[in-house]
Design a protein around this ligand. Structure first.
Ligand code: ATP
Length: 235
């Protein structure tokens, strides 16, 4: 579904991603783990068209999308849930969800997806009229994921969904990530500092260090890898 081939990206003169090669097959949950500042968010933003790709190719369903605008990518089936949620704080929960479906005009599909996100996160149904900015951090994460789902993505890019949340909420969010993948036919690329949780839901994982992919393996093997255990799992 998605292939990064030799992707380089920079902020001004500072190159952050170096020759990134990565692939995601339809139906997978893939995680990218790494330390602070390793280049995880930059990788996601290169895919979603926010950070320009200096060289290399990003192929989505075989088409080169490395120069495609973020808006067009949403209509092609790629939605990002950004780090820090970035919901619209002055819009209600319902209005935030409507924004997610902005590019669609299939009323029946939109209604089905709304029912689906409310089944995943019943608390959002109870808070439909509440301003997004007054939700708790966990609820804002749920809203950001729901807003992305309202675009009916084929590929969902999730940036640090666990950031700043209590352990119980993190567990709930990761269970939902699995459900979205299985029930809603959504391929997921999950960027996380919480390597332990991420590797427990993912099929495969990549490790990024200083903008370079250093390891790629099944999640099962990564969990057993002693270097990973020492560096990222605190074992
Ligand atoms: P974290 O887990 O802390 O979010 P990350 O792995 O997602 O880290 P990135 O946010 O991709 O890392 O950052 C990679 C590098 O790029 C860092 O050195 C960071 O300082 C730099 N960087 C990120 N955004 C910008 C920007 N807008 N301008 C300049 N440098 C940036």
């Amino acid at each position: 579904m998605l292939e990064l081939r030799n992707v380089n990206a920079a902020y001004g003169n500072i190159q952050v991603l170096h020759n990134i090669d990565l692939e995601i097959h339809k139906g997978e949950i893939i995680t990218l783990i790494g330390a602070n500042g390793a280049g995880k968010s930059t990788t996601l933003m290169a895919i979603s068209g926010i950070v320009p790709v200096r060289s290399g190719k990003i192929l989505f369903e075989g088409k080169n999308i490395s120069k495609v605008s973020p808006e067009k990518l949403v209509s092609m089936g790629i939605s990002q849930v950004p780090e820090g949620r970035h919901i619209f704080p002055e819009l209600t929960v319902m209005e935030n969800l409507d924004m997610g479906a902005f590019l669609r005009n299939d009323a029946k599909g939109i209604k089905d997806d709304l029912d689906y996100v409310f089944s995943l996160f019943p608390i959002l149904a109870d808070r439909k009229s509440q301003d997004g900015g007054t939700l708790s951090g966990g609820e804002q994460q749920m809203l950001a994921m729901s807003r992305a789902l309202m675009a009916r993505p084929k590929l969902m890019l999730l940036d640090e969904p666990s950031m700043g949340l209590a352990p119980l909420i993190i567990k709930q969010i990761f269970e939902i990530v699995k459900r979205i993948n299985k029930e809603h036919n959504t391929t997921i690329f999950l960027v996380e500092q919480n390597a332990n949780q991420a590797l427990h839901v993912a099929d495969r994982g990549y490790v990024i260090e200083n903008g370079v992919i250093t390891i790629s393996d099944s999640a099962e093997n990564l969990l057993k890898n002693q270097d990973i255990q020492k560096a990222y799992l605190g074992i």
